[in-house]
Design a protein around this ligand. Structure first.
Ligand code: KG4
Ligand code: ZN
Length: 329
C-alpha cells in the first residue's frame, strides 16, 4: 500500500489530500479563494499567494486529521510545480520541500494538467484504460492529448488563443453574471434557448487545435449591438452551446482516429453539465468524467498523478523549481 500526500496551490485553491494507491481518497481538503477574488472579478496573483501562505498549514493539518494519519504514515509527497501563478506555486512547492526534508519523506513535482487527467483514476468502479484520449479544459489550458501508458502524453491539439475556461469567464463578465464564469453561465443557461443567438464555431479543420477568440469577439459585438434588448439567459445558452459543440465534436473525432478505448474529461470546464451530456450522447466509447469536486482544482488529483510517478521510481531533488509555463507534452 502506498500513501501519498498531495499539495496543490497553483492558482486560487489551497488544497491538500491523502490518496492510497493512486485510487482511494482518504481526505481531500480544498480551501477556495473564490469569495475574495469575486470582489476583483478575477484572480489577483499577489492576493492569491498571500492567501495560500495564510492557509497552507491549516489545510495540511486538516488533510492529515481527516484521514487520521500522521507524517510517518506517508510514503511520498506530491506537489504541483507548474503550470500556474509563480507566487502561488512557490508556496506549495516550498511547503512540500520543507516537510519532505524535515520528515524524510520522498517528494515529487507534478504537472498540474497531468493532475487533472488523473482525477479520472479517483472515480470508484472506473478503471481507465489505454490508449486514452483526454480533453483537458481549465481556466488556463485547453489541450487534447492521447495517452498510451501512465505519464505518456502526446499532444494532439491545443488552443491557439483563449482557454475554454477563460472564454467562459470573459463571457460571464460581459453578461455581468459574476465570477467564476463557468458555473455562472451554466446556471443562467438552464431552460434558455441555445439557438437564439448565432455564434461562430472555429472548427480549424484538419487540425486538433481550438480557438475561442472569435467567439469572444462575436459575443462582445452581440452584447453591444443588442444593448438593453439582450436576453442574458439565451445568450449564455448560445455561448455555452458554441463551446460545447466544438469541444465535444473534435474530442470524439480524435478518439476515433487514435483508436482510443475511452475518452477522459479533465479540468474545471469538465464540470460543465452541457459538455458532460453532449460527450455522453455523441461518443460510442466510454466517456470518463470525474465528479465536479474532482474536476476543479484539488490535491487528490495531484496525489494520484504523483502515485503513478512514484511507482515508476521517480523522485524529485530538493532544488526542484517552479515552472509557471509547463506544457503537458
Ligand atoms: O481547473 P480549474 O479549476 O482551474 C485551472 O486550472 O484553471 O478550472 C477553472 C475554470 C474556470 O475558468 C471556471 O470558469 C471553469 O473552470 N469552470 C466551468 C464550470 N465550472 C468551472 N466552466 C464551465 N462550466 C462549469 N460548470
Ligand atoms: Zn486546474
Amino acid at each position: 500500500m502506498v500513501r501519498v500526500l498531495g499539495i496543490e496551490t497553483s492558482c486560487d485553491e489551497t488544497a491538500a489530500a491523502i490518496v492510497v494507491d493512486g485510487r482511494t481518497i482518504e481526505s481531500n481538503v480544498v480551501y477556495s479563494q473564490d469569495d475574495v477574488h469575486r470582489q476583483t472579478g478575477g484572480v489577483v496573483p499577489e492576493t492569491a499567494s498571500r492567501l495560500h501562505l495564510r492557509t497552507i498549514v491549516p489545510v495540511l493539518e486538516r488533510a492529515l486529521g481527516e484521514a487520521g494519519r500522521d507524517w510517518g504514515d506517508l510514503d511520498a509527497i506530491a506537489v504541483t510545480n507548474g503550470p500556474g501563478l509563480a507566487g502561488s506555486l512557490l508556496v506549495g512547492l516550498n511547503t512540500a520541500k520543507a516537510m519532505a526534508f524535515a520528515r524524510d519523506v520522498p517528494f515529487l513535482g507534478v504537472n498540474h494538467l497531468e493532475g487533472h487527467v488523473y482525477a479520472n483514476w479517483l472515480v470508484e468502479g472506473v478503471e481507465p484504460r489505454f490508449p486514452l484520449v483526454a480533453l483537458i479544459v481549465s481556466g488556463g489550458h485547453t489541450d487534447l492529448v492521447v495517452m498510451h501508458g501512465h505519464g505518456e502524453y502526446r499532444r494532439l491539439g491545443r488552443t491557439l488563443d483563449d482557454a475554454a475556461g477563460e472564454a467562459f469567464d470573459k463571457a460571464a463578465r460581459m453578461l455581468q453574471l459574476g465570477y467564476p464564469g463557468g458555473p455562472a453561465i451554466q446556471r443562467a443557461a438552464v431552460g434558455a434557448d441555445p439557438t437564439r443567438y448565432e455564434l461562430p464555431r472555429a472548427w480549424l479543420k484538419g487540425t486538433r487545435d481550438f480557438s475561442f477568440s472569435g467567439l469572444k469577439t462575436a459575443m462582445l459585438r452581440t452584447v453591444r449591438q443588442a444593448g438593453d434588448a439582450i436576453d442574458p439567459a439565451d445568450l449564455a445558452a448560445s455561448f455555452q452551446e458554441a463551446i460545447v459543440d466544438v469541444l465535444a465534436t473534435k474530442t470524439i473525432e480524435a478518439a476515433r482516429d487514435h483508436g482510443a478505448t475511452s475518452i477522459a474529461l479533465a479540468g474545471g470546464v469538465a464540470a460543465n453539465t452541457a459538455l458532460r451530456a453532449r460527450m455522453e450522447k455523441l461518443a460510442d466509447l466510454p466517456v470518463l468524467i470525474p465528479p465536479v469536486r474532482l474536476c476543479t482544482d484539488n490535491a487528490a488529483m495531484i496525489a494520484a498523478a504523483g502515485h503513478f510517478r512514484y511507482e515508476a521510481g521517480e523522485r524529485s531533488a530538493l532544488d526542484l523549481d517552479i515552472f509557471p509555463v509547463l506544457p503537458i507534452a
